[in-house]
Design a protein. Structure first.
Length: 502
């Protein structure tokens, strides 16, 4: 089979190392800056049209929280209604089980090709690679995902997976790689958006009409009726969900909403926050199977893969509210400069910095580094349509990295050890805490630091070097505030400063 179907995030370095490389790529930074600024400006205008946006935001957060508290009940109800409508529900505890289920379902049809709707959860579990190992070829049908697949690349954004590519690069990828995957690009293809879209349309139309198996994710699952919902802008989802004979949907368990009335809230929040549209051009819904209409067989694979462990964390569980709108990525100064690949996960940006370490666990330097991939400016929280307090979760996860403590792993409470490289930080924090508890020691330390300020380096040695790679140590004043206060207001600092300051 020509081309690679399964680029992977496995083995990616920790965020600081990856970001050090990507931030030096001028072309990447220009592409990201242009795209994120454009998207966030349009989103702000779309949100400003609604006087009740904050009330909708609060309603979305409340619905998600209520659902997560009773997720066991709603999942059982969802399974009952999907089954009643003619579908089959499969439960997958982790990525390996989900991949095995999907592979076996495709093999049972006798087919060796499938079309796919854009799905982050299948990226999360590495489904394309698992299918390729079984000699099954998966064709991505979302335009941006097609660009990523043809370029043997990885997605770098939730909404616009090929945001790191410009039009010229996309034209070259189409000309060089389309023929290896099916219909070749037209002769003389230009980089005009309309020409690129037409080339993709002609290329994909053959797959839509010939593939008998489709794989999708879902934006929402309505427990009340067992209905699944996909919102998209290109129509490729509609083609995949209606034409094939077999439809397999792989969905994270947190995508459940109780009722259609609850769904109404999210169908207002999601399009404005993601594509800056009042509603999505295509909103597809399906409930089981129907005679002579749509797929003859429908399978729903409900994926855990760390979600119930995340649910057990009272602070971190709010990450499961996420509706994958990408608004937080478009306002994040760190994402704009580092790009999505530096996060080593299908979930980049602020939401990835809190979701990936919880789904995977703090199992490698990459996951341990992600909670630090933020300036804690709070812009992500301000734009989140379901009010996830991302800075709060980041600080919570940083504490876990440094201090260790109790976590839930596969449903069992487990004590994890502090990250190895943070011993110096823990010692420094303990020392600082002791000094701040002893005012006399603090005063003497401040005076000593002021008298030796001429000899202070601009960059720290040893473990502190990484901190000063991108910062300069602040210049030490000649006099502490306490001494200045005592000198200008009268009285010895040791006896009067605390009372006068207060």
């Amino acid at each position: 089979m020509g081309g690679s179907a399964h680029a992977t995030y496995l083995g990616m370095p920790a965020f600081p190392r990856a970001a050090a490389v990507s931030t030096r790529d001028g072309g990447l930074r220009a592409n990201l800056r242009h795209a994120t600024h454009t998207i966030r400006a349009k989103r702000a205008a779309a949100v400003a049209e609604l006087d009740d946006w904050e009330q909708l935001r609060a309603a979305g957060a409340a619905i998600k929280d209520r659902t997560l508290r009773h997720l066991d009940h709603y999942l059982v109800r969802l399974e009952e209604n999907v089954t009643r409508a003619g579908g089959t529900v499969h439960w997958a505890a982790d990525a390996a089980e989900a991949n095995r289920i999907v592979t076996d379902l495709v093999r049972a049809t006798g087919e060796r090709e499938v079309v796919k709707v854009k799905s982050m959860v299948t990226q999360e579990i590495g489904l394309n690679a698992a299918l390729a190992t079984a000699a099954i070829r998966a064709y991505e049908t979302d335009l941006a995902e097609l660009i990523v697949q043809l370029g043997d690349d990885l997605p770098s954004h939730i909404l616009v997976p090929a945001i790191h590519r410009n039009r010229g690069e996309i034209r070259d990828i189409f000309r060089d790689r389309m023929a290896q995957w099916g219909r070749p690009a037209p002769e003389g293809l230009t980089d005009r958006p309309a020409d690129l879209a037409e080339a993709a349309r002609l290329h994909l139309r053959e797959k839509f009409l010939s593939c008998k198996v489709a794989i999708s994710g879902a934006n929402f699952m309505v427990a009340e009726t067992g209905t699944l919902v996909v919102v998209e802008s290109e129509g490729n989802g509609r083609m995949c969900l209606t034409l094939p004979e077999t439809l397999i949907s792989v969905v994270g368990i947190e995508k459940t909403v109780p009722t259609w009335q609850d769904l109404e809230v999210f169908l207002q929040l999601l399009p404005r926050s993601s594509t800056a549209e009042r509603m999505n051009p295509y909103t597809s819904m399906w409930t089981g199977t129907t005679a002579e209409d749509g797929p003859r067989a429908f399978h729903l694979v409900l994926l855990d893969n760390g979600r119930t462990d995340t649910l057990a964390d009272r602070v971190g569980r709010q990450a499961l509210r996420c509706i994958r709108c990408s608004a937080c990525l478009n306002v994040c100064p760190v994402y704009e400069r580092a790009g999505g690949h530096a996060y080593g996960s299908p979930y980049p940006g602020p939401i990835g910095a809190i979701l990936t370490p919880q789904l995977r666990g703090l199992t490698s330097p990459l996951e341990e580094s992600l909670p630090y991939a933020s300036s804690l400016c709070g812009a992500c929280y301000e734009v989140c349509p379901v009010a996830i307090d991302i800075p709060e979760v980041l600080v919570h996860l940083r504490e876990r990295v440094v201090e260790g403590g109790e976590v839930t792993v596969r449903g069992t409470r487990t004590v994890i050890k502090p990250a190895r490289k943070h011993a110096a930080e823990r010692a420094l924090m303990r020392t600082a805490g002791w000094v701040l508890d002893h005012p006399a020691v603090l005063r003497h330390g401040q005076r000593l630091a002021a008298r030796t300020r001429r000899f202070h380096p601009r960059r720290l040695p040893g473990p502190g070097r990484a901190w000063t790679d991108s910062r300069e140590l602040p210049e030490m004043p000649a006099e502490s505030f306490r001494d200045w206060w005592a000198r200008t207001r009268g009285g010895p600092a040791s006896t009067r400063s605390r009372e006068q300051v207060s």
